[in-house]
Design a protein around this ligand. Structure first.
Ligand SMILES: [Zn+2]
Length: 294
């Protein structure tokens, strides 16, 4: 599998100021559905979980690149002129509208096709974190395969076969997580940022976020009092941090309530070593930190 860190070659014009880079990128967009010089489709994707889907389903027929810089918090990522040009110029952009405003803006400049995965059944426009439900990820993989097949019909069978294999892994993951988290049904999941609503819905947990859907918006004092009350009343034992939200407020809340902290990954900055493994790790962290039946 190709590395998410790999960047495809950028056009010479990409070094020019944003406006010029965009103009050059748009000018090069005459046949947006054609594969590149090497016969592979150039696909940009964000967040990293969707990049993994593109790499798994696309295989060697696709040159996949992250739309946001590796390690960046998707919610707050700023794109350089080169990166905007990369999004505009790609054969396909795969994204979740509402997650990363900078990516949404770059995608809006495209003339070629874009695949907004907020179109999966069960997605709510208020919450872009659809990849955190393995069952929705299976739908994501099928949609990516269908879109790639439309752009590159000769490889349609290969896309379909790779998608089937990945979907099988995702369904096995879903079955395992459902079993592992069954004793935790109804548990209150206190998170630093509300990234885990789809996961919570899938496995019968009740998410309460200290910050909201966007981790960069500071919670109000009233919000903190509400969460602290929930922690007390529900007998919550753990406050779950993540790797994109600043830990200060969550740590103070956990200290004041006298409860533990643990780190849950929203898979927004990276997917290490891969989606299925990272989600299994998340499930174990939940099983250890939530109040579950023995
Ligand atoms: Zn998020």
């Amino acid at each position: 599998m190709s590395s998410p860190l790999r960047r495809r070659g950028l056009p010479a014009a990409a070094a020019a100021p944003v406006g010029l880079a965009l103009a050059a990128a748009l000018a090069g967009c005459g046949s947006p559905s054609a594969a590149g010089d090497d016969g592979r489709l150039d696909v940009v994707a964000s967040p990293p979980a969707f990049l993994e889907v593109v790499e798994r389903v696309g295989g060697d027929a696709v040159d996949a690149t992250g739309a946001t810089p590796p390690g960046a918090d998707a919610h707050a990522a700023e794109l350089t002129g080169e990166q905007v040009g990369g999004v505009v110029d790609a054969d396909l952009a795969v994204f979740a509208a509402g997650l990363a405003p900078s990516v949404d803006e770059a995608v809006a400049l495209r003339e070629g096709p874009s695949l907004d995965l907020m179109g999966v059944e069960g997605a709510s426009p208020e919450d872009p974190h659809v990849w955190l439900d393995p069952a929705l990820m299976a739908d994501v993989a099928e949609r990516v395969a269908a879109q790639l097949a439309e752009l590159d019909p000769d490889a349609a069978d290969a896309y379909g076969q790779r998608a089937d294999a990945y979907v099988e892994e995702l369904h096995a993951l879903d079955t395992d997580l459902a079993e592992q988290l069954a004793p935790c049904r109804g548990a209150v999941l206190v998170t630093a940022h509300e990234a885990f609503g789809y996961l919570a819905d899938r496995y019968g947990l009740e998410q309460t976020g200290i910050t909201g859907i966007d981790p960069d918006v500071e919670p109000t004092p009233a919000r903190l009092r509400d969460v602290a009350a929930t922690v007390r009343e529900a007998g919550v034992e753990t406050v779950f941090f993540d790797d994109v939200t600043s830990t200060g407020v969550a740590q103070v809340l956990a200290d004041e309530a006298g409860v533990a902290t643990a780190v849950l990954s929203p898979l927004e900055t990276s997917v290490e070593p891969d989606y299925v493994s990272a989600m299994r790790e998340n499930a174990q962290v939940l099983r250890d930190g939530l109040v579950c039946d023995a």
